[in-house]
Design a protein around this ligand. Structure first.
Ligand code: SUG
Length: 454
């Protein structure tokens, strides 16, 4: 942090992932109840991208700083070639469709839209060298997401290019012991965004020497303690700045595949479900002992919201945003209105409770929700000082004009219907490349895609 930067100069920027043109439902994510139950449905990529842009615009209009990150190149033809499919692009797609349809679906996934999994970010306020630190997540738990980090790293390095302000670390070894899913399992708690923060890393499993009886039985734990510790080390965070807490294994088995499906923090507030942590009291005690401002826990009990309701509604995958008057706004997905217990809990525990949350805004992100991605999954939070915001490369901070251009771009290029069989259509691959080439020019971020790099 430069000497002229003070706490009030910081703002949290939510960088939402633009939904890519191949958005589809392939049932790829084991342990993600929505993805598993919607596999095979026809998707609407245009509607999905427009729902995302509408959310971004609503938050911009409400006075929040909003950023945007581009989608990835899909189908990932390079991945198909590395798996032995040869010939022209058309031949590669046709062979993959007939010999390995599951693999084809995976290389078409638009999963990079969930930028909460793009990586972990430490604001300059907390880093020893005063720079913002980034580690792209290896996402090694599933093949379709394992394909993301290389381009993610290039995109982050292109936008946060200025070395005086931004530091980029290598992806952790993509092996189960260092399984890393990024900011979805990381929460920074602080007073104001520019105050010193404590970093809560939530893991599902300890790879080396962990007790197997503490692990989930049905679904995989996607984050290891070792991965979280390595990211904290890369970013120069000390023991006094970090808390490592284990996620409750029963929650993972009920479909809570990331901590951000059962808890969300902002400033000093930690909104969480009673089943979020294996040892709730220890996690809270350690947070309290390390934070410099008082922690405000907002606990939703199991009797009020069952794990099934939490997973179906994504109540905890909401965005919790700070307002200038000290109050907070919770941006929840539409599904919260459809579950009576959840909607009642929002009124009784959140709005009527003794905490800064005084507004709830409902947003429709149904296209993403059917794949298990709510409002919070769609954004990567980056707290930036005024100087750091000025040092960004490209047109990535949303304005009315950029919103309108992106909307027109989606309307020009996206299909309004994509069935699993359409993924083999070589025309779709061509359309996508044309759209992405235009997008990098529109965002002024330079060449980030494999097809642009040759
Ligand atoms: O990794 N779904 C994603 C959803 C990620 C949500 N992110 C956060 N909770 N932060 C996943 O499970 C489904 C794709 C498909 O089935 O087609 C998928 O990858």
């Amino acid at each position: 942090m430069s000497e002229t930067t003070n706490a009030a100069d910081y703002r949290e920027v939510n960088f939402d992932g633009l939904v890519g043109p191949t958005h589809n439902y392939s049932g790829l994510a084991h342990g993600n109840v929505a993805s598993m139950s919607h596999g095979g449905l026809v998707s609407n990529p245009r509607e999905a991208a427009l729902q995302g842009l509408t959310k971004m615009k609503a938050l911009l209009d409400a006075g929040y700083a909003q950023g945007v990150l581009p989608p990835q190149q899909r189908p990932d033809l390079g991945a198909l070639r590395s798996l032995g499919f040869t010939g022209s692009n058309r031949e590669v797609l046709a062979r993959a469709a007939s010999e390995a349809p599951q693999v084809l679906r995976a290389v078409c996934s638009a999963s990079s839209m969930w930028t909460a999994n793009a990586g972990t970010v430490t604001p300059s306020r907390d880093a020893p060298d005063g720079r913002v630190h980034f580690t792209p997540a290896n996402l090694q738990s599933s093949f379709h997401r394992y394909l993301e980090p290389e381009t993610t790293g290039r995109v982050l390095a292109a936008i946060f290019r200025n070395e005086a302000h931004f530091a980029h670390h290598p992806v952790l070894p993509a092996t189960p012991a260092f399984s890393d899913e990024g900011a979805a399992n990381h929460t920074r708690l602080c007073g104001e965004h520019g105050d010193a923060g404590v970093h809560l890393f939530v893991y599902g499993r300890q790879a080396f020497g962990g007790d197997p009886s503490h692990e989930p039985k049905r679904f995989p734990a996607r984050q290891t303690l070792e991965a979280s510790q390595a990211v904290a080390r890369q970013h120069g965070l000390t023991a006094a700045q970090t808390v490592f807490a284990q996620q409750h294994p029963d929650a993972i088995d009920a479909g809570v595949f990331h901590n951000d499906v059962i808890a969300v923090g902002n400033g000093p507030v930690l909104l969480y479900h009673a089943m979020a942590f294996r040892d709730e009291q220890a996690a809270l005690d350690e947070l309290r002992s390390k934070m410099t401002s008082p922690l405000i826990p907002v606990r939703v009990p199991l009797e009020a919201v069952s794990l099934e309701d939490a997973v179906a509604s994504y109540l905890f995958n909401s965005q919790l945003l700070s307002n200038p008057d000290g109050s907070m706004t919770l941006v929840v997905p539409g599904e919260c209105q459809e579950r009576e217990a959840v909607w009642r809990s929002i009124q009784d525990h959140l709005l009527a409770g003794h905490n800064p949350i005084n507004e709830v805004v409902v947003k429709d992100v149904k296209q993403s929700m059917r794949n298990g991605g709510g409002p919070a999954c769609l954004r990567l939070r980056v707290a930036l000082s005024r100087q750091e915001r000025a040092a960004l490369t490209g047109r990535v901070l949303l304005t009315d004009a950029l919103h309108d251009e992106l909307t027109a771009w989606v309307e020009r290029h996206y299909r309004d219907r994509l069935a699993p069989d359409d993924l083999a259509d070589p025309q779709l691959a061509d359309e996508t490349l044309t759209a992405l080439d235009e997008l990098t020019r529109l965002l002024e971020i330079g060449s980030v895609y494999p097809f642009q790099l040759g």
